[in-house]
Design a protein around this ligand. Structure first.
Ligand code: FES
Ligand SMILES: [Fe+2]
Length: 399
C-alpha cells in the first residue's frame, strides 16, 4: 500500500510533474510509418500534450504543437510542404524545428519582414526505427534512440498492434512486473471465457514455485520457476526483461515482441505492441502491418478470450487511475515493489539534475543494436493453443 500522494507522484505524467519529467528523458513511439503513408498529418497526444505528427513532402518527419501561433487553428488540418507543415488557414509555414519560415501575406506586402523569424511553434525531434516513429520530448541534448534488437534486426516480418486504453500507464507496467497473474488471468480466466463460448480450454500452466527480479542496466529481468521444472530451465536462469521505464519484452527468440506503453495523459495510454516473426529463408519481406483493435464489444466489455485482451482486462478494470492507497500487496507483488522503487529513485535523480538510468548516449552501446536477453519459449510446462497474430494474418487473404 502506498499513500495517495505517492500514487499521484507515480501516475501523473503532465509537464512539470516528477513522473512527467522522468518519462520525457526517453524516446517514445508516437506513430507508425504505414499510417503516415496514408495520412501524412495526424493528431498525437502524449504525456498530456496535444501535438501534430506529420511527414513533409520531402519525407522528413516532424512533431509540432497542435495550434498555429497565428490564430490558433488546429494543425491537424495542415498541408505538408517540402520544408515542413503549412497552416491551412493563412499559410504560415513551420519547419520541423518549429521555426516559422513563411508568412505569405506579410512576406508579399512587406518584403524583408523579419516578423516570421520571431514566431515559432513547439517542436520535438522524431526518428524512425523499424517502422515506428519515436519522439523525444525532454531537454536537449537529446539521447540516442535505443536500437532494441527487435526493432533493428533485419529479416523479420512485423505486425504493430495499437491499443487505445482508458487507464493510467502504470497499470499496464505493474502487470508486466507481476508474472504470477499468468495462472489466473491467462489460464483460468481465459479457459473460463472459452468455456462460456462453448470452446475447449486454450492453456495449461503449471504453478509458479519461485519468482525473482534482478535489476540490470536497462531495467528488470523477470524470472520464474514453475512446478516440475529443473532450476536449469532458462525461464529461471535467464527470464525476460521489463525495459525501463515503460516497455515489456516478451515472446520467443523466433518471435520476439516489444510492448511500448506510452502515457497519453493521466487516464489514457496507447500501447504499441511490436510483434515480429523471423522470415523463412528465401521468403519475400512483408510490409509492416498495422492493426488497430477495438477494445470493447457492443456491451462495453472486453472479451478476455486471448492473451492481450486478458491483460487489458486487468489494466483497464483497475479504473482510470488505480487507487493504490487501498491495495493490499502480498508475496506475488515483489516485482511491482521493485519497479516502483526504481521509478521513485529515477524521479529523484531527475529532480537532482542527474541523468536517469537507461538513457543511451554512447553510440558503441547502441550500434548495431542492443541485444535483449530472453528465454527460449518454455514448452515443458506451458502449453498454449492460442493462435498468434501471424497465424491469423497468414489465414487472411492478402488485400
Ligand atoms: S491561423 Fe495559421 S496561418 Fe493563420
Ligand atoms: Fe499477462
Amino acid at each position: 500500500m502506498i499513500s495517495k500522494e505517492q500514487n499521484e507522484r507515480l501516475t501523473r505524467v503532465g509537464p512539470g510533474t516528477p513522473m512527467g519529467k522522468l518519462l520525457r528523458r526517453y524516446w517514445h513511439p508516437v506513430g507508425v510509418v504505414p499510417e503516415l503513408d496514408k495520412t501524412p498529418v495526424r493528431r498525437v497526444r502524449i504525456l498530456g500534450e496535444n501535438l501534430t505528427l506529420y511527414r513533409s513532402e520531402s519525407g522528413e518527419y516532424g512533431l509540432i504543437g497542435d495550434r498555429c501561433p497565428h490564430r490558433r487553428v488546429d494543425m491537424e488540418y495542415g498541408i505538408p510542404d517540402e520544408k515542413g507543415l503549412r497552416c491551412p488557414y493563412h499559410g504560415w509555414l513551420f519547419n520541423k524545428a518549429g521555426q516559422c519560415l513563411e508568412m505569405p501575406f506579410d512576406d508579399r506586402i512587406n518584403p524583408g519582414s523579419t516578423h516570421k523569424d520571431r514566431v515559432s511553434i513547439t517542436a520535438y525531434p522524431v526518428q524512425e526505427l523499424g517502422g515506428l516513429l519515436f519522439a523525444y520530448l525532454g531537454p536537449q541534448p537529446q539521447p540516442l534512440l535505443p536500437r532494441w534488437d527487435v526493432l533493428a534486426r533485419e529479416g523479420s516480418d512485423v505486425i504493430v498492434e495499437i491499443h487505445a486504453l482508458p487507464c493510467n500507464w502504470l497499470q499496464c507496467m505493474d502487470n508486466a512486473a507481476d508474472p504470477m497473474h499468468f495462472e489466473y488471468l491467462h489460464a483460468a480466466l481465459g479457459n473460463y471465457t472459452l468455456k462460456k463460448q462453448g470452446k475447449p480450454p486454450a492453456m495449461v500452466v503449471a504453478k509458479h514455485i519461485k519468482i525473482e527480479f534482478d535489476r540490470f542496466a536497462y531495467g528488470i529481468m523477470k524470472r520464474r520457476l514453475l512446478e516440475g521444472e529443473p532450476e536449469t530451465v532458462d525461464d529461471w536462469t535467464t527470464g525476460h526483461p521489463l525495459l525501463f521505464p515503460n516497455i515489456l519484452a516478451v515472446g520467443s527468440s523466433a518471435g520476439p515482441t516489444l510492448q511500448f506503453r506510452v502515457p497519453v495523459d493521466d487516464t489514457h495510454t496507447i500501447q504499441f505492441a511490436y510483434r515480429t516473426r523471423k522470415r523463412a529463408p528465401g521468403a519475400a519481406p512483408r510490409p509492416v502491418v498495422v492493426q488497430r483493435t477495438k477494445l470493447f464489444n457492443e456491451e462495453g466489455k472486453i472479451v478476455p478470450d486471448n492473451i492481450p485482451a486478458q491483460d487489458m482486462v486487468a489494466w483497464v478494470m483497475q479504473g482510470p487511475v488505480c487507487d493504490r492507497e487501498n491495495e493490499h500487496l502480498s508475496a506475488s507483488d515483489k516485482g511491482v515493489l521493485l519497479y516502483h522503487r526504481m521509478l521513485n529513485e529515477e524521479m529523484d535523480k531527475v529532480e537532482r539534475g542527474e541523468e536517469p538510468m537507461a538513457v543511451i548516449r554512447d553510440p558503441r552501446e547502441n550500434e548495431p543494436m542492443i541485444d535483449i536477453r530472453r528465454e527460449r519459449l518454455n514448452l515443458q510446462t506451458f502449453e498454449s493453443r492460442y493462435d498468434t497474430h501471424f497465424d491469423r494474418l497468414d489465414a487472411t487473404p492478402a488485400e
